[in-house]
Design a protein around this ligand. Sequence first.
Ligand code: SF4
Ligand code: SF4
Length: 120
Amino acid sequence: MDKLDKQSRTIKFFRERIPAFACIPGCHDCCGPVLASSVEMARLPRKSEQEQDAALAALSCPHLGAGGCQVYEERPLVCRLFGTTPRLACPNGKRPAVMVAPALEQRVYRYFEQVRHVLV
Ligand code: SF4
Ligand code: SF4
């Protein structure tokens, strides 16, 4: 298995285990500049340098549109983790019934450290 296949499997593994929860409809208070691995980036629509610069200058994400996240199904792991752990608590009090397992959370952070991530 090559490196990218391994990363894809790891991302799938995390995606399946990070608990989902319902946000306040239309809320995007936690969206901002986020990092993603190259495997995740390859699944996102390309943004021009100007679009990326404009989003960064506004401390926003280039995939945030008027109706919220435009890449919800492919949003990066950090977006999925947000709100599922006290370390990344939702400012509006939303959360899953069962927070992310601490051991899994640690694995996700290790993945962030070990795999090169770039600004979305
Ligand atoms: S996690 Fe909280 S802040 Fe982020 S979109 Fe959902 S409700 Fe809004
Ligand atoms: S990818 Fe989507 S959920 Fe993540 S910060 Fe950007 S707009 Fe928000």
